[in-house]
Design a protein around this ligand. Structure first.
Ligand code: IMP
Length: 430
């Protein structure tokens, strides 16, 4: 003990990568527990600028073991490519990375099915990343998935493919009218995947528990954010996994009581990629300004992110589901140029004022934000690392976010580098 969960508290892209990199310097393990290469975690440190999609962000810290848990869906080609890129940057991944034998694999046909299903949805498209995430998790729940352990037994895998591939091929050829996928093609790839990844495939649940039991520190690296959670997000405009605290436990096989610290990572404003309701979305020059200054374009897909004011209703809901012990506010410096800022403190729906988002997506689409307006700050916050240097109005803004979230803001990020970080309260792993 302890395990620190670092969770996306909005729609993803909150800046988790930087915070995980910052905290992982004192961890024994950094472990991913959900999602796949739909995630894009940006880390900027002395070794360079990196965008990680599957490899956990602890890979840059010496002596840290990086674990891909059973709750993650792994595209082997993407993982191998990412490992090669890191190797070229001088980071030897092979001795500090493990993949759960129970993690499900994203097969080439999952990627095809993701794209085909999205075009079939037309105007109702979710705006997925097209990485095969949904189809891989669907197969997991339908009990037709392929797991990392299957790569270690290629004869067994052949039998498994003989069982599942005919149905996949019927869908590909009869429903979508595209070419089928052959067993030999998948097996050839699997042989190559086994050679490369085989030594990393391990019973990681046991390993993580042993480290926790012996007093080690584990950072649980969340991907995406609670509002994209399959159960608690803005369904159906969500991803197919559980980026919430429950997912941290099931996605790594660790006991909830071992998670002593739950950090909710909030951007100082809101963003969203893909379709779905976004009550505080900005369609004006203010939104465009934030998008341009903050370079709000997806790390994985390059798509422009939708931008809006901080939503206190969703922030409080997020805290209710995840029970944060600390909130982290990132990208405060992006708001430095604004004369005034709005914060959403309630929703108006059919004459009522709501303090919690409605469960139905159409109701949420109809919600109108109730705003409180605060003054901007005249001194930039960019790069500040000491709370005493934070301009008064920026402090007032953060204090109001803290009230709305309902838990202490312990870290404020004022820029992309490790040093651009204010530790309001020292929660660093000791
Ligand atoms: P999928 O996860 O690719 O199936 O995409 C489902 C929805 O989640 C889409 O709206 C994506 O844009 C969104 N999404 C998935 N991963 C991320 C992420 O890491 N950051 C932000 N949005 C994401």
């Amino acid at each position: 003990m302890p395990a620190y969960a670092i969770l996306g508290a909005q729609w993803g892209d909150e800046g988790k990568g930087k915070i995980i990199d910052y905290l992982s310097r004192r961890a024994d393990i950094v472990a991913r527990f959900s999602g796949g290469n739909n995630a894009g975690h940006t880390v900027i440190n002395d070794l360079g600028d990196f965008s990680l999609h599957l490899v956990p962000c602890g890979i840059f810290s010496d002596g840290v073991m990086n674990v891909i848990g059973n709750g993650v869906v792994v595209d082997p080609d993407v993982l191998i490519e990412e490992m090669e890129t890191l190797k070229q940057a001088g980071i030897d991944v092979s001795r500090s990375l493990m993949v759960s034998e129970r993690a499900h694999l994203i097969m080439p046909y999952h990627v095809m099915l993701d794209t085909l299903a999205e075009s079939e949805r037309g105007d109702f498209a979710i705006g997925t990343t097209g990485k095969g995430i949904g189809p891989a998790y669907s197969d997991k729940t339908s009990r037709t998935g392929i797991r990392a352990a299957d790569l270690l037994d290629l004869e067994g895998l052949r039998h498994r493919l003989e069982e599942v591939l005919p149905f996949v091929n019927r869908v590909l050829t009869k429903v979508y009218e595209v070419d089928s996928v052959s067993i030999d093609y998948i097996l050839d790839k699997s042989r190559m995947w086994k050679d490369f990844l085989g030594p990393l495939i391990k019973p990681v649940g046991r390993y993580v528990n042993e480290v926790l039991d012996s007093g080690g520190t584990v950072v649980l690296e969340g991907a995406q954010g609670i509002l994209l959670d399959l159960d608690h997000g803005t369904y159906p405009f969500v991803t197919s996994s559980s980026p919430t605290i429950g997912g941290a436990s099931t996605g790594l096989a660790i006991q909830p009581k071992q998670i002593t610290n739950v950090l909710g990572i909030f951007k100082a404003y809101n963003t969203r990629v893909g379709s779905g309701p976004f009550p505080t979305e900005l369609f004006d020059d203010v939104g465009e300004g934030i998008r341009t200054i903050a370079k709000e374009f997806g790390t994985t897909t390059g798509r422009a992110r939708r931008v809006g004011w901080f939503d206190g209703v969703l922030a409080s809901y997020s805290n209710r589901i995840n029970g944060y012990t600390s909130a982290v506010i990132t990208r405060l410096d992006v708001l430095d140029h604004l004369d005034s800022l709005n914060i959403c403190v309630g929703y108006k729906l059919d004459g009522d004022i709501l303090d919690e988002p409605p469960g139905g997506v159409t109701a949420l689409e109809k919600c109108l934000p109730v705003y409180e307006t605060l003054d901007g700050w005249d001194v930039p916050t960019a790069g500040i690392s000491n709370i005493s240097e934070l301009p008064t109005n920026a402090r007032i803004y953060v204090d109001r976010l803290e009230e709305l979230i309902g838990c202490p803001v312990d870290i404020i990020s004022t820029g992309p580098h490790r040093d651009h970080t204010i530790m309001v309260r020292d929660i660093l792993i000791s």
